[in-house]
Design a protein. Structure first.
Length: 232
């Protein structure tokens, strides 16, 4: 596959272990994942991770709702390491666009990972403020789009077409729900996919014989029934 796999999570020990995995080309995290892992000191956690992950890109997200404060946080976070990508949400919670801010940060050579993108229109809004050679990532939440009953692939393909003249703009398939999303992202033309750590181990069974997989599954059910000591 040509697509790059980024590990998505906020567990330091998982991230540290995956850092050694040649399959993993980068890392992403967000405030929700950090909260789930009981992280209370944002900077302390980030610096600990960055002390370990030094030569693969990693995205950390701003967490204020004020767009001017987002800019200040972006500069501060970006100063912590050269391999940082700064996640900027496509809007704040009031629906105000951050496109102009993203343009400002991009001109300052901060690589923005535009997050929580759901539509091709949102991508177009940001492109009005950047140059065709600027480095930028668009994280389109394909998994959440699918949660609404919509097929995300046509949207991802449309976004990729919009970005065709922006050689340094990368399309990222975000909110992965299953391993098959990697195949979908690849055929949609995405450059990157974020994959939760619990799915990464399953990649090794790609193209496994379905007959063998069927037998393995039967064996698993049988062994688990024995271990449980079931009787009728």
């Amino acid at each position: 596959m040509k697509i790059k796999i980024y590990a998505d999570g906020a567990d330091y020990y998982q991230m540290s272990g995956l850092y050694e995995n040649s399959l993993i080309k980068g890392f992403t995290t967000n405030p929700t994942l950090m909260k789930k892992n009981n992280i209370t000191n944002y900077k302390k956690f980030a610096l600990k991770v960055l002390n370990r992950i030094k030569n693969k890109p990693i995205s950390f997200e701003v967490f204020t709702d004020n767009i001017e404060e987002m800019e200040k946080q972006a500069y501060e976070i970006a100063s912590w390491s050269k391999n940082l990508n700064i996640k900027i949400p496509i809007t704040n919670t009031k629906g105000s666009s951050t496109a102009k801010l993203i343009g400002t940060l991009t001109r300052k050579k901060i690589l923005c990972n535009v997050t929580a993108v759901f539509t091709a229109k949102q991508v177009k809004q940001v492109l009005k403020f950047i140059n065709k050679k600027d480095h930028i990532i668009f994280s389109v939440f394909a998994g959440r789009i699918a949660d609404t009953g919509r097929d995300p692939e046509p949207i991802m393909k449309e976004c990729k077409q919009i970005l065709k003249n922006y050689k340094n703009a990368k399309l990222l398939w975000a909110s992965t729900r299953e391993v098959f999303n990697i195949i979908q992202a690849e055929r949609s033309g995405c450059d990157i996919i974020t994959v939760p750590s619990e799915f990464i181990g399953k990649i090794k069974i790609f193209n496994k014989s379905l007959n063998s997989f069927s037998l393995d599954t039967v064996k698993m059910f049988y062994q688990d029934a024995l271990k449980a000591g079931f009787k009728i």
